[in-house]
Ligand binder design. Structure first.
Ligand code: GSH
Length: 214
């Protein structure tokens, strides 16, 4: 199966992290989102133009990071189980995944995009709104991690895949060192081989994007 992704895309990183955690093989189809011609060609193939996108061996397309991870979790029962079998626990994981996408990932992308603008052209209201959401999520995740090793409990899940990439970028805009539970969580997950592999591969692309910010 082909995975279309960009190393600088937080949603792509979420999916790559899940693939690496579970050691699921795939054909990498790297897209440079900054290359207009390549992106236009990609839109002819997938009109919504978003990454990540998984194309199964039978040709069926699976977009949306959470759905891609749910698909591989079901199809490859190895490595961490990203969605627990227990319905209540699965609901909990899916809720955390949604919260991380909407209130952490999306605002972090907004902050990155605003940071590329010249100071006079930045939208202060948009920045304030995104910063407030990130702060709320830091506290939400910090509270949530009380007594838990991973976001949803004792095991690495989809919720961790959703939280880790935006947290990586978010640190450049708002420090979370004062939120003990979150800081300790970050120190724990930073050592995971799957994340180290992802960071190593993504480093040149992320550095080109973020410069000295990360
Ligand atoms: N809800 C989608 C979000 C995907 C998304 O927004 N991807 C961004 C990169 S992080 C993208 O493809 N941007 C390019 C564009 O919007 O044309 C998911 O979970 O996969």
């Amino acid at each position: 199966m082909d995975l279309y992704f960009s190393y600088t895309s937080t949603y792509s990183q979420k999916v790559l992290l899940g693939f690496y955690e579970k050691s699921v093989p795939f054909n990498p189809q790297r897209l440079d989102l900054g290359d207009r011609q390549a992106h236009a060609r990609y839109r002819e193939f997938y009109p919504f133009g978003k990454v990540p996108l998984l194309v199964r061996d039978d040709g069926r397309m699976i977009p949306e990071s959470s759905i891609i991870l749910e698909y591989i979790d079901h199809r490859f029962p190895r490595g961490p189980q990203l969605i627990p079998a227990d319905h209540e626990q699965a609901l909990h994981v899916r809720l955390l995944d949604r919260m991380c996408d909407q209130f952490l990932n999306d605002p972090v992308v907004t902050l990155i995009l605003e940071s590329w603008k010249l100071p006079g052209q930045q939208n202060v209201d948009v920045i304030d709104n995104a910063t407030e959401k990130v702060g709320l999520m830091y506290r939400y995740l910090g509270d949530h991690l009380e007594g838990r090793e991973f976001l949803a409990g004792d095991h690495f899940t989809l919720a961790d895949c959703a939280a880790i990439p935006p947290l990586y970028y978010a640190r450049a805009f708002a420090d979370f060192a004062s939120i003990d539970n979150l800081q300790r969580y970050w120190e724990r997950v930073s050592q995971r081989p799957a994340l180290l592999k992802l960071q190593n591969e993504a480093k040149p692309y992320v550095q080109a994007l973020m410069g000295a910010q990360t």
